[in-house]
Design a protein around this ligand. Sequence first.
Ligand SMILES: Cc1cc2nc3c(=O)[nH]c(=O)nc-3n(C[C@H](O)[C@H](O)[C@H](O)COP(=O)(O)OP(=O)(O)OC[C@H]3O[C@@H](n4cnc5c(N)ncnc54)[C@H](O)[C@@H]3O)c2cc1C
Length: 276
Amino acid sequence: MTVHLPRDLDEALELRADHPEATPIAGGTDLCVHWPQRIADAPGDWLDLSGVSEIRSHQWTDDELVLGAGTTYWDVIRDPRIRRELPLLVHAARQVGAVQIQARGTWGGNVVNASPAADGVPVLMAYDAVVALRSRDGAARVPLSEFYLGYKEMRLAPDQLLTGIHIPRRTYDFEWFEKVGSRSAQAITKVGAAVTCRAAEWRVVANSVAPTVCRCPSVEALLADEHPVSGPADLKSALDQDVSPIDDIRSTARYRGEVLARLLYWGLRNECPSFT
Ligand SMILES: Cc1cc2nc3c(=O)[nH]c(=O)nc-3n(C[C@H](O)[C@H](O)[C@H](O)COP(=O)(O)OP(=O)(O)OC[C@H]3O[C@@H](n4cnc5c(N)ncnc54)[C@H](O)[C@@H]3O)c2cc1C
């Protein structure tokens, strides 16, 4: 097994191009869960991104917050400006694992791990985040809502790395995120949702109810039309067009569908002043 240890981004991109079979590793909190078995099954090479300082912090511009792919949850939790301007990032970060995972796990790892249950991805999508991809040959940007193609499939070429996540700085009328798990902490999401609204433009994003974290366009249209929503059932009819929950070890499809509708209704009715 070879572990490549690039000292900067250029070197990382060279190594990525020359060794596309090597697995990038950032915090390792997803990859190491399967560690003994992974090594036994596929003793491949690794591209350790922990020394690539260009992607390890976050920066503000006039229009955006740019999270380097290696920004950890803890970096976000401890930044009071993020808490003020983009509070859902902090809210989601606090719900990822426990403090040890928050200190090591990265936002880039959460995006590329592409779990339908990821907690960072819904809030990023609700904030219209755009992911920045780099290879030795160039750069590309893809809206996060268009990044996933299917379960664990995404628009990331074998020679590319995710380098950053661009989040527009905007004022929202409503921002909300909630997850349901078996416990109040250290729980993988059974059902979760993030919602933002800005000038009657809604983003409703759900996790654990489809092969990927996904926007819910029918619910967004329902809310934008200002149709009265008298209970979870009204949301459920729209949600049924947007999501396709499955039975698995953590929950059943029926539970997920019902609870997502109730969760959204509860969040909107209790937290959103303009919700009718
Ligand atoms: C105990 C425990 C609890 C957890 N709880 C939660 C939870 O509540 N919510 C949640 O969402 N997640 C949870 N996780 C999962 C994990 O912590 C997060 O998904 C985390 O964000 C992964 O980041 P990482 O840097 O550790 O990724 P890694 O494990 O290093 O990598 C994950 C994937 O991303 C790829 N990758 C990483 N960085 C890049 C890059 N820059 N470019 C290209 N590919 C890259 C890797 O090749 C790999 O496929 C938990 C994990 C553990 C072990």
